[in-house]
Design a protein around this ligand. Structure first.
Ligand SMILES: [Zn+2]
Length: 314
């Protein structure tokens, strides 16, 4: 069920009104999580055994872990954005080369930010954070940019594709907080009003050309350069130092658990190949097929937030 309701912001100042198409937290799970059977007791036992035997467990998560927090992914069958709309994610080269594309991106991102930044961890994020606290999780690698692992308290964490909660200057490299940029946008656009229709995984929303053209974009406070979210857009590559770092963590691990990723993107899949070279046992928890099903000793098609809390990390 989709619920549309106006989200008035800064009404006290009477400055601008944003009407964001929101999904209520109850309905959003049904919207973005593919249908799946409840946990099969035998599979739960097998995963429990896998986790119990692990002494240096590396977990890799993807968009599938965050759909239960109401964030849509791009690839899930029937419910992912690829299936539901004709929208495609922004390309790195377009963003870097075109001020107009950056203006469109930031205008949409500005509208989507209050909702995107308000998403909360679900039981799967909390379970992994708990595993870390109890010494069960050696390292956590996520392909997500939603900061939900950080919000759940995970620290032994690599955000492979960066994080939407940080902003980077394309010229001088200065890193700032996305929340601070929102305040600058509000000051620059006191009378701007839009109506947005739907939220993408990267916090993007849908706007008309007229709405975009009147949006004032902020630039770097240090050098005046263009700003970009500190995330890896499609067509860009992950920082090689970060890739090396994760490869080392995989080589130090004794088992690998994939949670909520179809592993279609090479930036994550390459670590599965490294794990296979090292002959690490691999378990996959994902609704729907993945690129590595044949490499896994265990594959479970169940909601992450339903299954992970059932596992005893001791
Ligand atoms: Zn700068």
């Amino acid at each position: 069920m989709r619920m549309n309701f106006g989200l008035p912001l800064r009404m006290a100042k009477g400055c601008w009104i944003v009407n964001v198409s929101r999904q209520c937290s109850h309905g959003s799970i049904g919207l973005f999580v593919p249908p799946s059977p409840p946990p099969d007791p035998e599979k739960v036992k097998e995963l429990q055994r896998f986790i119990t035997l692990s002494k240096r467990l590396l977990v890799m998560t993807g968009a599938g872990i965050s759909t239960e927090s109401g964030i849509p992914d791009y690839r899930s069958e029937k419910v992912g954005l690829y299936a539901r709309t004709d929208r495609r994610p922004i390309q790195h080269r377009d963003f870097v080369q075109s001020a107009l594309i950056r203006q469109r991106y930031w205008a949409r991102n500005f509208v989507g930010w209050p909702q995107f930044s308000s998403h909360q961890p679900n039981p799967a994020h909390w379970a992994l954070s708990n595993w870390e606290r109890l010494g069960k999780l050696y390292w956590l690698v996520t392909q997500n940019v939603d900061a939900l692992h950080s919000k759940a308290g995970s620290q032994r964490l690599t955000e492979l594709h960066g994080c939407m909660h940080r902003v980077l200057c394309l010229d001088c490299g200065e890193q700032t907080l996305r929340g601070e940029l929102q305040e600058r946008f509000e000051v620059l656009n006191p009378t701007w009003s839009v109506e947005a229709h739907g939220l993408a995984p990267d916090g993007d929303v849908f706007l008309t050309d007229e709405q975009v053209q009147s949006f004032q974009v902020a630039s770097c406070t240090r050098c005046g350069g263009p700003l970009k979210p500190d995330v890896v857009f499609f067509g860009d590559t992950v920082n090689p130092d970060k890739v090396d770092f994760v490869h080392r963590r995989v080589k130090e691990a004794d088992s690998l658990l994939v949670v909520g990723s179809s592993l279609q993107v090479y930036s994550g899949y390459r670590f599965i190949l490294t794990a296979r070279e090292k002959k690490l046992p691999i378990a996959i928890l994902n609704i729907g097929p993945t690129r590595s099903d044949k490499l896994a000793c265990l594959k479970v098609d169940t909601r992450c937030g339903e299954l992970l809390p059932l596992i005893d990390p001791h």
